[in-house]
Design a protein around this ligand. Sequence first.
Ligand code: SF4
Ligand code: FES
Length: 378
Amino acid sequence: MMDGTAPMDWRAEGKRLGIPAPIAMLAELTHRCPLSCPYCSNPMELAQRSRELETENWVRVFQEAAELGVLQLHLSGGEPASRRDLEDLVVAARKAGLYTNLITSGIGLTERRLAALDEAGLDHVQLSLQGTDAGMADRVGGYKGGFKRKMQVAEWIGKIGFPLTLNAVVHRQNLHQLPDAIDMALEMGARRIEVAIVQFHGWAMVNRDALMPTKEQAEEASRVVAEARERLKGRLVLDYVPADYHSDYPKRCMGGWGTTGLNVAPDGEVLPCHAAQTIQSLSFDNVRDKGLAEIWYRGAAFNAYRGFDWMQEPCKSCPRKAHDFGGCRCQAMALAGDPAATDPVCVKSPLHADLQARAQQFSHAPDAELTYRGQPGK
Ligand code: SF4
Ligand code: FES
């Protein structure tokens, strides 16, 4: 070093602090997107195009992520294909030694572009599904002709031979199509389908009335998934995110805050989860100012809810705390107004009964109109 100080050994620092290295990084390359899904979990205020990280910054971040211990890189958005430099970013990520997964709606991808991504070394594609027919998919995605284009893209993906995961966000309006979505994954040759019942973060909150599944639908979805898991063992892997408003225990969000993964927003802010900016008491570091390792190990936002010291009762003395870390901090913020509160999904939360009653109410709201997501500014 120019000033004579040795470079920081972040792995040793992690061991000293008892903080594991992250395994996965979600790079939100842009918030721009041709679709305008009402269930979008991106923040209410999207990052403007002019604030997006430049190619060279992303390249540096990928190198730093690999040095930090990250193995899997999820390239996401918005629609990552809206970035003209996507192929260059894949090359850089592969050069850094990262496994690359493209999370896409497929809209904006051509056969030529997919071939270029293959050439660049892209490892895996995750394709979103808004519905299993044009009527549903185009209505939910707010994009006429989107379904037809997506099916074409799926065919090209199969032709090139990318390993494929189908990602179906399901809600009150399309849950009846879940068995078809599973069949579709098989027909497309997907190795995995991720069935996620809509989570209410970011823009999705605006559409809670229109999207909240009924308790019966949520139970039926769990039954369909369990049956398909048994029937399709060895052929198709089913990942499942249940409807937590109707559950008695919360999910272990992000595998535990600051434990296994991190997100980098389009403008370079580094977040412990995609909805963390809803917690206004937190301040986030930016990769433009600091290295990723320093942010992961020492960043105030990452350390705010690591481990158990921040917990209140009933989580503090609960035997399940090492299992779910008290649920989702962003949901605690949204529903209890306190990010350190027990996630109100939990049966031990004083707000649980009220939440379940409200979930019932939302799920029986007379069919509310879908409010579509807008685009970020220039
Ligand atoms: Fe999890 Fe807290 Fe509920 Fe215990 S009280 S189950 S730790 S959310
Ligand atoms: Fe932020 Fe769950 S979405 S902790």
